[in-house]
Write a protein that binds this ligand. Structure first.
Ligand code: MG
Length: 224
């Protein structure tokens, strides 16, 4: 068996590091509902990884045939963020601490690449994963112009970790995140931690799809 020996693992955050997608799904659904726009929780999962403004614009284009105004984007995104804060603190993704432990014990470097601009999550990150994700190896909504599915966030992640695409692996849970990572030329592991059909992740271009974090841990334990 070939040794699986990337130097760097770039992790997506929502739905990978944190079990936060149910909160995001509900928060977006309610924020659009208060504008009289139907946006299902399943649709939120499909949209995951995009920046807040892209999500608002995509929904407007699909349902109103026009882009949202800056005022509409600001209002809906602020409303979504308020709803999210009210959901309480997201819990860490079960078993992910074991995955990170295993990687670090094997001398791997870990980075974080997220489309999130939720400030509270960064505090929570340090609470549950102290010292693992450092700002020098983190890319957030504040760092990028385009966001996933554009390769920009993952290209920046590679740059921050000082490696080329062939030396890294991405761990993602969302179709747009997988597209972004593949567009950056990186081997991409998808872990289906949510409500989507796993086929969405395969179709997005994932090299491997696992149905649980436990399955990912088993694979890594045998192969790194
Ligand atoms: Mg995600």
């Amino acid at each position: 068996m070939l040794k699986f020996s990337p130097k760097v693992f770039l992790f997506d955050m929502d739905g990978v590091i944190f079990d936060s997608m149910p909160y995001h799904a509900r928060s977006w659904h309610l924020a659009f509902k208060s504008e009289g726009i139907e946006f299902s929780e399943y649709a939120v999962y499909l949209q995951e990884g995009a920046t807040g403004s892209k999500t608002v614009n995509d929904v407007f284009m699909a349902q109103k045939g026009r882009l949202a105004t800056q005022e509409e984007i600001n209002r809906i995104y602020a409303n979504k963020c308020r709803n999210f804060e009210q959901c309480g603190e997201p819990k860490p993704m079960p078993v992910m601490d074991k995955v990170l432990e295993l990687l670090l014990a094997n001398g791997k470097t870990v980075g974080l690449v997220t489309g999130s601009g939720q400030k509270s999550l960064f505090t929570t990150l340090n609470k549950y994963y102290p010292g693992i994700f450092v700002p020098e190896r983190m890319v957030t909504a504040f760092d990028v112009k385009k966001g996933k599915p554009d390769p920009e966030p993952y290209l920046m992640g590679l740059q921050k970790c000082g490696v080329s695409a062939s030396e890294a692996v991405v761990v993602e849970n969302a179709p747009m995140g997988v597209q972004a990572a593949k567009a950056a030329g990186i081997f991409t592991i998808a872990v289906n931690t949510g409500i989507l059909d796993s086929l969405c992740l395969r179709d997005a271009g994932a090299d491997v799809v696992f149905d649980s974090v436990t399955a990912l841990l088993d694979f890594l334990t045998k192969s790194i």
